[in-house]
Design a protein around this ligand. Structure first.
Ligand code: ATP
Ligand code: MG
Length: 293
């Protein structure tokens, strides 16, 4: 066989028509980690760099069946959830993850978009807490989502540990509370397993173009877990990866531009930036093509 079969990762999330977050960011991130990406779409958002103009939810049954279809045939090494929209979809996802014993489930409890637009109906928080968090290998809230789920306010990095403890009590094996929205020269996250704290620090990058940071981080963790990496290493590597993706973000549209899941390939000169004024054929001079003789 010419090609080794890659690990398999599944994202259960919403579509971002602007391509910067959601399913689109997750699949690009899986690809950048050498993982075969699969998707179960929960909702289709109408979204660009300026905001989320609306979204259309899928039937909960359609979400369940997408998961059933890929997991029972292709199989899955790790999965993540993103936008789940409603309590009924959360229940369908939890049912499917239980029924098909989905391993290494990373729950990114998406509640609002980068622009502050709601992506989760308020009455769904209870379902997230009761149905999904107990099944999670890891939950990855930002500060607002941590407060929504636990009532613990996070105003500075020193508050992250109290939030992590309260989240851990809801059932996930690991908690990663993200400090991207906190002030300070560093962007600090806290990984907690109920015993030991692992602090993850990176210089805060001064850019408005941070659309997709949360999706990129949680799908990088998922890809690393699918690749068989231990949890602490998976999160450390994903933190470095998302920091590079933010450093490589670019302005698109009139609002918040996307982070770049392909930043390593672009930085290495493997992906050439073309355009109508700068045509660039995508040749691949770096390795022989295994399909040609
Ligand atoms: N300006 C920044 N510079 C460096 N790292 C950042 C910056 N903003 C966020 N991060 C990091 O990006 C990751 C995502 O954190 P963040 O708190 O932004 O998540 P989020 O609010 O869920 O994102 P999203 O709105 O995309 O869902 C974390 O590791 C955080 O520390
Ligand atoms: Mg988020």
């Amino acid at each position: 066989m010419l090609v080794a079969v890659p690990a398999r990762a599944l994202t259960i999330a919403g579509s971002d028509s602007g391509g910067g977050a959601g399913i689109q960011a997750d699949l690009k991130t899986f690809t950048a980690h050498g993982v075969h990406g699969m998707s179960a779409i929960t909702a289709v958002t109408v979204q660009n760099s300026i905001g989320v103009q609306g979204f259309y939810e899928l039937e909960p049954r359609a979400v369940f069946e997408q998961i059933e279809s890929v997991v029972t045939d292709i199989g899955v090494d790790a999965a993540k959830t993103g936008m789940l929209a409603s309590a009924a979809i959360i229940a369908a996802v939890a049912d499917a993850c239980e029924r098909f014993a989905v391993p290494s489930l990373v729950v990114d409890p998406v509640a609002v978009s980068k622009h502050g637009d709601p992506l989760l109906r308020p009455e769904s928080v209870e379902a997230l807490r009761n149905r999904l968090l107990p099944l999670a290998t890891m939950v990855t809230p930002n500060t607002g989502e941590a407060e929504l789920l636990t009532g613990v306010a996070v105003r500075e990095a020193a508050d992250l540990e109290a939030a992590a403890r309260a989240l851990h009590a809801l059932g996930p094996k690991w908690v990663l509370v993200k400090g991207g929205h906190l002030p300070g020269p560093d962007s600090v996250d806290l990984l907690w397993d109920g015993r030991a704290a692992v602090w993850l620090e990176a210089r805060r990058l001064d850019t408005p173009h941070t659309h997709g940071t949360g999706c990129t981080l949680s799908s990088a963790i998922t890809a690393n877990l699918a690749n068989g990496v231990d949890v602490v290493t998976a999160v450390r590597e994903a933190k470095q990866y998302v920091t590079g993706a933010i450093a490589g973000s670019y302005p698109l549209g009139k609002g918040i531009g996307p982070t770049d899941p392909m930043w390593r390939l672009r930085a290495a000169g493997v992906l050439r930036t073309g355009g109508p004024g700068n045509p660039s054929p995508s040749s691949w001079p770096y390795a022989p093509n295994p399909y040609e003789g």
